[in-house]
Ligand binder design. Structure first.
Ligand code: BG6
Ligand code: MG
Length: 214
């Protein structure tokens, strides 16, 4: 199968790099401290959704009710733990497969951009040595609605000046696949709960599989 597209919009966490495992570790530390059950299956529901929406999902299993102020403090605590984990990242955390595939897509003439719900996007891209690589970045600092709302992908497409119908989105989150489809884009699922969710246009076998279909 081949898709005729002009641009590829990438999710960040769990697609370009494996920061999804750091999100999990940081939420797990908070949940354990609060005595709230949390596992990798629940964590799948946090993929693609904002920090506060993620916290609300974790708190579904809490026996106490917390004030908005306490919730803000929990989100900050999680983000501090997460940022500590991110500090150890370096260009070595970018796999050769991702690096080579991105370079080849650029050689083939595609515009390449990011569409991530994360407010840590630019920091992570800097850590990976990709600070200047993408043609545009739309992230958690640009949007009011996180995935499954299409806002972040539509912003990303607008920044590169490409019609949504000419964009393919690569996602590890079901919420991200839903967002891509809501935005009129082609949705490519890689890993996570995106794969096999039923709304995707194509299931990628690996990141480099992009080179077989684009
Ligand atoms: C998404 C992650 O990329 O970013 C979510 O998949 C996360 O799990 C969201 O909650 C927001 O991230 P951050 O870095 O702004 O807390
Ligand atoms: Mg993701």
């Amino acid at each position: 199968m081949k898709f005729e597209k002009k641009a590829v919009i990438f999710d960040l966490d769990g697609v370009i790099c494996f920061t999804d495992k750091y999100h999990y570790q940081a939420w797990k530390a908070l949940a354990d401290r609060l005595g709230i059950y949390f596992d990798e299956k629940i964590n799948d529901r946090l993929r693609g959704v904002s920090r506060m929406a993620s916290l609300e999902i974790i708190l579904e299993r809490a026996t106490e009710t917390y004030t908005e102020e306490q919730k803000e403090a929990f989100a900050t605590e999680k983000n501090d733990t997460y940022r500590d984990l991110l500090k150890n990242m370096s260009p070595a955390d970018l796999t050769d497969e991702v690096k080579d595939t991105l370079n080849e897509l650029r050689n083939r003439g595609y515009k390449l951009s990011i569409g991530s719900s994360s407010k840590n996007t630019k920091f992570i891209l800097g850590q990976l040595g990709l600070g200047d690589f993408f043609d545009a970045i739309a992230d958690g600092t640009d949007i009011t609605h996180s995935k499954p709302d299409p806002e972040v992908f539509l912003k990303s497409a607008a920044k590169i000046g490409i019609d949504p119908a000419d964009c393919a989105v690569v996602e590890d989150a079901k919420a991200g696949i839903e967002a891509a489809k809501a935005g009129g884009m082609t949705a490519l699922a890689l890993f996570g709960d995106a794969k096999g969710c039923g709304m995707e246009d194509y299931d990628l076998t690996s990141f480099s599989d992009l080179l077989n279909i684009l």
